[in-house]
Design a protein around this ligand. Structure first.
Ligand code: SF4
Length: 712
């Protein structure tokens, strides 16, 4: 309702929510963002979803932390407080930056001296900039002295990345989302793009209208199913059965692209032999999809002129997540559906910068650009580059670090001190009872965030950080496009840019870091990071990025960037794709008489991840104010439950109470709960079993019991 005259200024930036990476213009009046416009970006062309358009006032929430906070002497780290309504003043007192930074860092130094570098760990954030991710991992590696650094990629696509690095030599997407316009057929598997990548979903719907056939494969039928040519609602946990049966059809009906396989793939014979037993008839019994449908879809995919596969966490968050993705790589490879427009493999990245944070080395087994810490030549290079000695042992991953925090005193790798920047493991980790106790048991916890998250409640020192629109930095979206976010408003009170805080901690750990220039030296940090990533981002200097988005790989100033990769070779050692057969592995926890239903967790359109931002965004909170579980009407009828009533959902690890909503897209025998609500935290219920390769937890499958809350 406001004319342009009522805006003080407009600032071009990027949406801070999902990995689609829509470009935005923030409209500022009286130092507040009063509205957001979609800008012409490669991923969105002016489009925005409800979060990007109406979700930005979280930054002006009265809940923002505006002063450094110190835990009061004698106040225990009580995990029960997380669900109560305690006043923060009962737990923390305000402090100056000087005092807080000293109190944050001195105990870290002491623990390192007493117990060695591996007694410390750090979680960085996929919601910050590339520069913050790069500097944070550099701090852990060179200041803490180990590779105990990770972030939420471990909870979303770690298994996809493991399979992709093994198979095609790169963890990123091969084709951008908007290539769906060039595809005859797209497979959308284990993904609810309308809720989680809404603008990406809008391109899929546009393509469908122009004749692209969408094949939705998912245990939950979500909104995109309305646009699908075929919907395969397979039984949860049976991805490999369905995909191997498709491979079987393609192999036995001679639909393989033999030229492609001869010239560009390894271990073809093993794969073909392996899938021989996975007949559609046999696998139909396992996955619940009729054999004829499996045949029809396999033929359509193999014979399409161009076909693309896009997937989400329904694929990755299983103990067989890596195997699921191995099957997808095999499908694309044996049919030659890769390396051309409208083909390829696209793991839809969740957080706005999970691609960039991973690229920047915010992972325990790799330096920037996926160079393995165990590779001597990579270690030598970074030792020289950073002028320090580095640990050649991979660090622990997110869930492993939580286990290590609860390890016995005698464990030489017991984690005792942590620095957590912008992540909320007290909500996002599986089996929260365990994770929260692990965080509470730390001798020293420093949390840097914009709100008193559930994790911050357990901290010794809380450092008030900046929200995305309050700082300048770059992010890399799901398409590998690097984009510039610019400061639109100042952080509130004494809150500081994250890049400044990281450098302050580093200086107190003995590192002589003084990045210079505007916004805490962000351009200088970027240029240092770019040197470490010459093979992907060497051609994208700060000035170029300031002028517009660039998609890597881009190795020189005149390289326009490459939205589509793998035209004629893969970035593996021999340039060929490696096919890896997968066998059936069941979920780590099965249903039984006591816990007869499957719990599927996920997200919803209005709320982002652990809810710390979106539940403080007025419009989004008004749209979805309360936690709800979804069940099929027939399942509700069987259990004598009514829509709208409160239910109690219990697993072997905990229980939650929340309202029930009817959703006939949720399969029979299952309940779906979004994990954004602290008052009914879905991860109280989930199981911490890990995929052995990606170390990702099995968020998509555990056993629960559902009953009326009043009867319980
Ligand atoms: Fe933001 Fe993603 Fe929505 Fe685009 S689709 S506006 S990036 S949340």
């Amino acid at each position: 309702h406001m004319g342009p005259q009522s805006v003080d200024r407009e600032v071009d930036s990027v949406c801070p929510f999902c990995g689609v990476g829509c470009l935005v213009t923030f409209q500022v009046r009286d130092e507040k963002i009063i509205s957001v416009k979609g800008r012409e970006g490669p991923a969105n062309e002016g489009r925005l979803c409800v979060k990007g358009r109406f979700g930005m006032d979280y930054i002006h929430s009265p809940d923002r932390i505006t002063r450094p906070l110190i835990r009061k002497a004698g106040v225990a780290k009580d995990v029960a407080l997380l669900e109560g309504h305690t006043d923060w003043r009962d737990v923390f007192r305000e402090a100056t930056w000087e005092e807080a930074l000293d109190l944050a860092t001195l105990p870290l130094n002491r623990l390192r001296q007493l117990h060695g570098p591996k007694s410390l760990a750090g979680f960085g954030s996929a919601k910050g900039s590339n520069e913050e991710a790069y500097l944070f991992q550099k701090l852990v590696r060179t200041g803490f002295g180990s590779n105990n650094v990770d972030h939420c990629t471990r909870l979303c696509h770690a298994s996809s990345v493991a399979a992709l690095l093994e198979g095609v030599g790169s963890g990123a997407v091969s084709n951008p989302v908007r290539d769906v316009a060039h595809a005859d057929l797209i497979i959308v598997i284990g993904s609810n793009p309308t809720a989680n990548h809404p603008v990406a979903a809008s391109w899929m719907k546009n393509a469908a209208r122009r004749g692209t056939r969408i094949v939705l494969m998912d245990p939950r039928i979500t909104d995109i199913g309305r646009h699908a040519w075929r919907t395969l609602q397979f039984k949860a946990d049976t991805d490999v059965a369905l995909l191997n049966a498709m491979l079987h059809v393609i192999v036995t009906e001679n639909l393989c692209d033999e030229t492609f396989l001869r010239e560009r793939a390894d271990h073809v014979a093993e794969l073909k032999a392996h899938v021989r037993d996975y007949t559609p008839e046999a696998m139909s019994v396992v996955c619940g999809i009729p054999a004829d449908t499996i045949r029809e879809v396999a033929r359509a995919y193999a014979t399409a002129k161009a076909a693309m596969i896009l997937w989400g966490m329904g694929v990755s968050q299983h103990v067989h997540g890596t195997d699921n993705v191995r099957c997808l790589i095999a499908l694309a490879s044996i049919t030659g559906q890769i390396g051309r427009p409208g083909t390829g493999l696209h793991p839809l990245r969740g957080q706005n910068n999970v691609q960039g944070a991973s690229d920047a080395g915010l992972i325990p087994m790799m330096y920037p650009n996926y160079q393995r810490v165990s590779d001597k030549s990579a270690q030598d290079w970074f030792e020289k580059f950073w002028d320090t000695k580095l640990d050649d042992q991979p660090g622990y991953t997110v869930v492993e670090i939580m286990h290590k925090a609860l390890a016995p005193e005698s464990d030489p790798h017991k984690v005792r001190g942590m620095y957590i920047l912008g992540e909320n493991p007290a909500m996002s980790d599986p089996d929260l009872h365990h994770a929260r106790h692990a965080l509470a048991s730390l001798q020293h916890l420093v949390v840097q965030d914009i709100f008193l998250t559930e994790t911050a409640w357990l901290a010794d020192v809380v450092l008030p950080a900046s929200a995305w629109p309050e700082k300048t930095g770059t992010v890399s979206n799901t398409d590998r496009t690097v984009q510039m976010g610019r400061q639109a408003v100042l952080p509130p009170g004494d809150a500081k840019p994250d890049l400044w805080i990281i450098q302050q901690i580093a200086q107190r750990m003995g590192l002589n870091w003084h990045y210079v220039g505007a916004h805490e030296g962000v351009a200088q940090v970027y240029e240092e990071m770019r040197q470490a990533m010459a093979l992907t981002m060497g051609g994208i200097d700060w000035a170029r990025l300031n002028a517009g988005s660039v998609t890597y790989p881009c190795v020189s100033a005149d390289d326009p960037g490459q939205p589509i990769v793998f035209h004629d070779h893969f970035p593996t050692q021999d340039g060929r794709v490696r096919l890896v057969p997968a066998s059936l592995i069941a979920a780590a926890e099965q249903t039984d008489a006591d816990y007869p239903l499957v719990l599927i967790t996920g997200r919803q359109l209005e709320h982002w991840h652990t809810g710390s931002m979106t539940r403080r965004a007025t419009v989004l909170d008004a749209l979805e104010p309360a936690a709800t579980a979804c069940m099929h009407g027939a399942e509700m009828g069987r259990l004598g439950l009514q829509p709208g009533q409160r239910i109690r959902v219990a697993s072997r690890r905990g229980h939650v109470e929340l309202a029930l909503r009817q959703d006939n897209g949720t399969p029979l025998g299952a309940v779906f709960i979004p994990f954004a609500y602290v008052e009914a935290a879905a991860n109280e219920l989930t199981h911490a079993a890990l995929d052995p390769f990606g170390k990702i937890p099995e968020f998509k499958y555990c056993a629960v019991r559902v009953e009326s809350a009043t009867a319980a």
